[in-house]
Ligand binder design. Structure first.
Ligand SMILES: Cc1ncc(COP(=O)(O)O)c(C=O)c1O
Length: 423
């Protein structure tokens, strides 16, 4: 029982975690409706997309939504709509998925990296003002892992400097900040429906906002080759530069069905996280990130934890993760470096980037781990097994020094899933 699974002992968890992505009868029914009709994709102006735009915007407590191909192009189109481009600066947290910065680079603007708050891993509001120059045009706060950023002070700063704010809510479907939904907290918000997300359609994204003009511009024109807005579908007349960022009817069918389950799933994740807080807080060396007072609901896309190696006999985080995964817990390491250290800045010297000192982001890249969101959809008793696994590993931590593993082997959950499938 006590022998670590990585050395041939019995894993504490042998049941499969809830399947993700998951599709049921409802997805099949709605996809069938699309397949029996004559609009599967094409212009991206079909009935399922219209319904999803309306329902998801309503879910976010805003007036309008424009579904697009993914959650990167959604940010990009929003920046373009705001007239942001070369010579402008956009503030981005130094610790996020690269897509947040890629969107800024794609419009030719300068990415300005700012450090994160150690309590949430969201952008540190106290460090934003110092990064603002006369060229700053926007801030993109990321609701990391699904915990809302502290938006009121951030919006104050933006208002004072006349800067736009775009929420990167790719990981925060259904999060609530001071009674208000993620997606309704800034000038506009961007969501992703890529398959790992809590609301997913394989790929996809959406810009939501109360600003109808902005959403119409993205929905009818910027995302559709620069066609007309008022004309709705202007065929081969192009009024401005545009993208092909079309979402498809099949994707919208999947997303509509997934949306029907989102609330129930979010409640389940929340209940399991409360259990995990209680269970893991008793274990030295594993530190949970708690909901801040302004957070009414965390979306729990990632269940983030701080791994304190010094309380685990100084083993490497990767050694701990290897042992944890062998015990049956799906866990991975956080973003591997502050984004300004990504090799693309060496390989592409044309990318325009400035950085502030970001020691918190650098430390998080070394210490933080996360559990997958589908782990949080399991039966509550499985949460106890997770804590048992951490305790078992801690008790035998000295043995982990023998595991020959590189940090990079636990970068990213897809790598991890692949490894598990092939083992
Ligand atoms: C924080 C963040 N921003 C942006 C994106 C980009 O979304 P997409 O993959 O749909 O382009 C993702 C996820 O993929 C994300 O996690």
């Amino acid at each position: 029982m006590d022998k670590l699974a990585i050395y041939g002992g019995t894993p504490l968890i042998t049941e499969q975690w809830p399947k993700w992505p998951f599709a049921g009868d409802r997805e099949r029914e709605l996809i069938e409706e699309v397949l029996s009709g004559d609009m599967w994709g094409g212009t991206g102006l079909g009935p399922k997309i219209a319904a999803f735009n309306e329902k998801f915007a309503h879910y976010c407590d805003v007036g309008y939504g424009a579904a697009v191909a993914n959650g990167t192009v959604s940010m990009e189109l929003c920046l373009v709509a705001w007239g942001i481009g070369p010579g402008d600066e956009v503030i981005v947290p130094a610790s996020t998925f690269m897509a947040t910065a890629i969107a800024v680079h794609n419009v030719g603007a300068t990415v300005v990296y700012v450090d994160i708050d150690p309590k949430t891993l969201n952008i540190d509001n106290a460090k934003i003002a110092d990064a603002i120059t006369e060229r700053t045009k926007a801030i993109i706060p990321v609701h990391m892992g699904g915990h809302p950023c502290d938006m009121d002070p951030l919006m104050e700063i933006a208002k004072k400097h006349g800067i736009k704010v775009l929420e990167d809510a790719a990981q925060a479907h259904g999060a609530i900040y001071k009674g208000r939904k993620a997606g309704s907290l800034a000038d506009a918000a961007s969501f992703s429906f890529q398959q790992s997300k809590n609301l997913q359609s394989g790929e996809g994204g959406m810009v939501v906002s109360d600003n109808k003009e902005l959403i119409d511009l993205i929905h009818y024109s910027l995302g559709k080759f620069g066609r007309g807005i008022r004309e709705k579908y202007s065929g081969h007349i192009h009024y401005r530069f545009g993208w092909n960022a079309c979402y498809t009817e099949i994707q919208a069918a999947i997303a509509l069905a997934q949306l029907e389950r989102l609330e129930e799933q979010t409640e389940k994740r929340t209940a399991n996280v409360k259990k995990l807080y209680a269970l893991l807080d008793d274990i030295d060396g594993i530190e949970t990130f708690k909901w801040q007072p302004y957070c009414d609901r965390h979306a729990h896309h990632l269940f983030l934890l701080n791994f304190k190696s010094e309380q685990f006999e100084n083993v490497k985080r990767a050694q701990f993760l290897a042992a944890l995964n062998k015990e049956g817990v799906l866990a991975s390491s956080f973003y591997p470096m502050a984004l300004y250290d990504q090799p693309l800045y060496q390989s592409d010297k044309n990318l325009s980037m400035r950085k502030r000192a970001c020691p918190v982001a650098e430390k998080a890249s070394r210490d933080v781990i996360f559990l997958e969101q589908n782990v949080l959809l399991a039966d509550g008793r499985q949460m106890e097994r997770i804590a048992d696994a951490v305790r078992k590993i801690r008790k035998n931590a000295k043995q982990l020094h023998r595991i020959d593993i590189d940090e990079s082997e636990f970068v990213g959950s897809s790598v991890l899933k692949k490894a598990r499938r092939s083992s």
